[in-house]
Design a protein around this ligand. Sequence first.
Ligand code: 13P
Length: 252
Amino acid sequence: MKKLIAGNWKMNGSLAANESLLHALAEGLADEAASEIAICVPAVYLAQVQSLKKTVARLAPLGVGAQDVSAQLEGAYTGEISARMLLDMGCRYVIVGHSERRQYHAETDVLVAEKTRAALGVGITPIVCVGETLMEREAGYTEEVVKRQLAAVVHANGHCISEIVVAYEPVWAIGTGKTPSPEDAQSVHAVLRAQLKAATDQFSRVRILYGGSMNATNASALLAQPDIDGGLIGGASLKSVDFLKIIAAAQV
Ligand code: 13P
């Protein structure tokens, strides 16, 4: 299974900044077929990224994704963006249940499961984020929290669960420069793998990414763990040099 290195731009970028970032990435992306690469961009920039992909040949292998999707199919939901619209814009991926959405937009496990279903319904791969807060970790609840978050998604999606990507993102590691040791991250990934195994025969198709302060320096050690199948990268995905180094770390 190829590793997946996915950038999450979060609420960053501008037409000018995106264009220069993508041109810089294109320079380094030649012949990088050993892993899959994707960027999840603000929805307003999907059209720009798709049009750059058409004109810059080396961007062709880059998968494009969004950062959120409505659980609803269509209709009177002001401000929401449906899975079908994301498909229309050429999205291959969509992040669901990012901790920033759980925290600032009160997204529940059930809503995240419904959003996952909406994405799967149109053939977009949801990147389902799970992860514990610092308080939960310190209280010894890490396993319980990530299992509960994933269980909701499994419950609502049955055997289709084999089509998702999971991202383990400890909340305390996001944007802080702190990371669990590769072994600690691996042990949570192993728990998630076992849970997927219990849910589907096809569990080996499901990639489990690590996210949270992954950077050019720590990527190799994290990606070398047996159950870490890639990375979901925030800050470092906005710097072409760093993102390319992480992509290179995934090749070995
Ligand atoms: P950072 O890489 O900036 O810590 O963000 C991780 C993340 O939240 C990716 O979704």
